[in-house]
Design a protein around this ligand. Structure first.
Ligand code: SAM
Length: 451
């Protein structure tokens, strides 16, 4: 990135902030950003043998060059998430401070496109509940797509403004706020971030962050954690957001003790990654533990989820052969269209009442006449029964499947729903019969790119 495109007000402030290190910072901005990916622990696969490890995140790695991820069937199968390396520092914070109780409730308040949600899930107890919330509708759709690909039944996506959470004061054991910010740490890889930057926009971010943080703080249970992060260098969006919380006396500040060789700089309340010191972009992180109970806030009762009913025993009879025998959860049916979902919320009516715009854990499918039609989300999830009929595809066949091109049926193929797999990981469903494979990959997920 040509550094002469940086806004003057930005360079003036950063040169003051960095002093002698400023020339190294500018130099770092002129080289290509490192490409990070993180393994999905739910979907073991053989990935990028030449990648180098990331010290602060055991599942993370930096690639020697950027592949075309869309042409990698393992990316479509959810075997890994493409994520900026310094933001994986959240993993270190979680491993350092999050103890993880069996019935913990975890909230990612600003979640799209979902990278940190998948990090939270990787560190959360098996029986916990994770809510991934995104206020902007279009970004919520991307969040749902990424979470479906990740395949973790515990994650529930919601599409709400943080204000809608106020009745859930003290409800969560871990709240992550990856706040919308001025994005200074993204300048190297995203030109739009430079174009959108101005001191006035940064002030708007500061104001917005204070509002989001005030609500987020009220949602944390006693002894629970609040993790705040941004991808900016602006102290007003970072440490200055933490200071008022600490003044209240309700919080303990947990400093992330990163080893010196990792290159992060400790700030008054958190830790800052700079691209000239850490292989990654700009990132700030602070961790707080709540010492006192959050005050309860009275709010108007809402109707909750009126559009769902429990599955009947006949429906369960058709569905359960497709689900892993260890699944003991609830299954619900949406009245408007008959779509069937798992419901990790079970009895948590206060959550469903507060957040009616939510998608359930995993979409399982629907029943048409006497037949069960399995959903794409089920294929990608850990819920699908391991003994489900499947067909292992070569690399070329996997791309043909992902493009919805014709596939030839091998001899002896069975009649029925079959998982199309690559390296043992499901890509989606096909309906097979002797001599024929009907591709059921959702049209909107069809790979349009040719190599
Ligand atoms: N956590 C995400 C990840 O790791 O993939 C990135 C989150 S991004 C830094 C911040 C998110 O906050 C964006 O998705 C944005 O749409 C959302 N957002 C914007 N305005 C918001 C607001 N007023 N309240 C809550 N979230 C907001």
């Amino acid at each position: 990135m040509p550094v002469d495109q940086l806004p003057q007000a930005f360079t003036e402030r950063i040169s003051h902030q960095l002093g002698d290190e400023y020339p190294s910072f500018l130099e770092a901005l002129s080289v290509a950003p490192p490409i990070g990916v993180r393994r999905n622990p739910l979907k073991p696969a053989s990935l990028f043998p030449d990648a180098s490890p990331i010290a602060w995140c055991p599942e993370g790695m930096i690639l020697s060059e950027r592949p075309v991820f869309a042409l990698d069937p393992l990316w479509h199968a959810g075997a890994y998430y493409v994520q900026e390396p310094s933001s994986m520092l959240v993993d270190f914070a979680l491993r350092s401070y999050y103890k993880g109780g069996a019935s913990d409730k975890i909230l990612d308040l600003c979640a799209a496109p979902g990278g940190k949600t998948t990090l939270l899930a990787a560190n959360a107890p098996f029986t916990s509940l994770i809510i991934a919330n995104e206020v902007i509708r279009k970004r919520y759709s991307v969040l749902r797509e990424n979470i479906a690909r990740w395949g973790d039944e515990r994650i529930q996506c919601t599409n709400h403004d943080p204000k809608d959470f106020v009745s859930l004061a003290g409800e969560f054991n871990l709240v992550l706020v990856d706040a919308p910010c001025s994005g200074e740490g993204l300048f190297r890889k995203d030109r739009v971030a430079i174009q959108e930057w101005s001191p006035e926009n940064a002030d708007i971010c500061v104001h917005r962050q204070s509002g989001i943080l005030a609500i987020a703080a009220s949602l944390v249970a006693t002894d629970g954690l609040l993790i705040y992060c941004t991808c900016t260098f602006n102290p007003e969006e970072n440490d200055d957001q933490i200071a008022p919380l600490l003044l209240s006396g309700d919080w303990e500040n947990l400093q992330s003790d990163t080893p010196e060789e990792w290159g992060m700089i400790a700030t008054t309340y958190g830790v800052q990654c700079w691209p000239h010191r850490v292989e990654g972009e700009g990132f700030y992180l602070a961790v707080l533990r709540r010492k006192t109970p959050a005050p309860r806030i009275e709010s108007q009762a809402r109707k909750g989820l009126t559009d769902y009913r429990p599955a009947t025993s006949r429906e369960k009879e058709l569905i359960y052969p497709y689900l892993t025998p260890s699944f003991t959860g609830d299954v619900v049916v949406r009245l408007s269209d008959g779509a069937i979902f798992t419901n990790p919320l079970r009895e948590l009516d206060n959550i469903t009442n507060a957040l009616p715009r939510m998608s359930f854990g995993i979409r399982i499918g629907e029943i048409k006449g006497k037949d069960f039609i399995p959903a794409h989300e089920l294929a990608l999830s850990t819920l699908v029964h391991a003994d489900t009929d499947s067909l292992d595809l070569s690399f070329e066949e996997a791309l043909r499947y992902l493009r919805r091109d014709a596939l030839s049926a091998p001899d002896g193929i069975r009649h029925g729903w079959t998982l199309m797999r690559y390296q043992g990981l499901a890509l989606g469903w096909a309906k097979t019969m002797p001599g024929r494979i009907n591709n059921y990959l959702p049209m909107e997920l069809r790979l349009r790119l040719r190599d």
